[in-house]
Design a protein around this ligand. Structure first.
Ligand code: CA
Length: 276
């Protein structure tokens, strides 16, 4: 499996051109593009359901970094620098999530939130941006119905993760799991489709489930009994040689050379593992 090297981290920081210290926000955690350490397709992430996020922040540099990270994660973004602007943009764009700074130059963030919640277009999730020491505002915000909050200084990657999380809570089905990609093999759990070098493979339901289960746990060895349990959901009454048969069929469809499997490897004395 590929691990991001120190060089790629340095490159990522240079690409961003952001003086995080001056902005008083933490530098990004490991979100390296376009390296692909976890088998997730970068292109598919970019095509992820384009939920809309309104970023309300009066410091242009922070608003810029945050919206850039959100766009990179596949979101559509709009930015507002004042409370008044935020109310207008919310009405115009109907955002799924509002990232709302509490300290705004005109209307107080909590008041913006109250007005958003009263309006029809204020149904989206709200994540508050608060400074340390604004604990009472945070509590009031949560009581008023904020979905989450992030304390400054924060890492833009963390904020993206919070946006992902509130959207999952609101709409668990709408968030499409991105395809898994490995060396010419693409497994799309949402479409239940497998592509080998761009060509679709005709897999049965069970073959697909078996491949998906193994690929979601790359490098991990499973016994036939474990596969029976997790893929077939049976714990007994079934002959574990069923697994062997399915693995053989899957290899024949999937592997360029099924005698020397590239992806589904035999672990002698144990069972099988997926090699990413
Ligand atoms: Ca502010």
């Amino acid at each position: 499996m590929l691990r991001p090297s120190r060089d790629s981290k340095r490159r990522a920081c240079q690409v961003a051109h952001v003086d995080y210290k001056a902005l008083n926000i933490a530098p990004p955690a490991l979100r390296i593009w376009p390296r692909n350490p976890y088998g997730v397709c970068v292109s598919s992430l970019l095509q992820r359901t384009r939920a809309k996020v309104l970023v309300v922040e009066d410091e242009p540099a922070i608003a810029d970094v945050v919206s850039r990270y959100l766009r990179r994660a596949g979101y559509e973004t709009a930015v507002a620098g004042t409370g008044q602007q935020a109310l207008g943009r919310a009405e115009a764009t109907q955002p799924d999530v509002v990232v709302l700074d509490l300290m705004l130059p005109d209307i107080d963030g909590l008041e913006v939130m109250r007005r958003l919640r009263r309006a029809d277009h204020g149904r989206g999730a709200i994540i508050l941006l608060t400074a340390r020491g604004e604990e009472s505002d945070r509590i009031v915000g949560l009581r008023l119905g904020a979905d989450d909050y992030v304390v400054k200084p924060f890492s833009p990657a963390e904020l993206v993760a919070r946006v992902d999380a509130v959207l999952r809570r609101i709409d668990p089905i709408g968030q499409r799991e991105p395809p898994l990609c490995f060396d010419g093999l693409e497994i799309d759990p949402a479409a239940r489709e497998v592509l080998r070098d761009g060509d679709p493979l005709e897999l049965t339901q069970r073959e697909f489930d078996l491949l998906l289960f193994l690929a979601r746990h790359p490098g991990q060895a499973f016994t036939r009994d474990q596969l029976m349990e997790h893929v077939w959901h049976y714990t007994f009454y079934i002959d574990a040689s069923t697994v062997t048969v399915h693995i053989r069929r899957l290899r024949a469809k999937l592997e360029p050379d099924s005698a020397r499997p590239r992806f589904i490897q035999t672990v002698w004395g144990v069972g099988y593992r997926f090699a990413p």
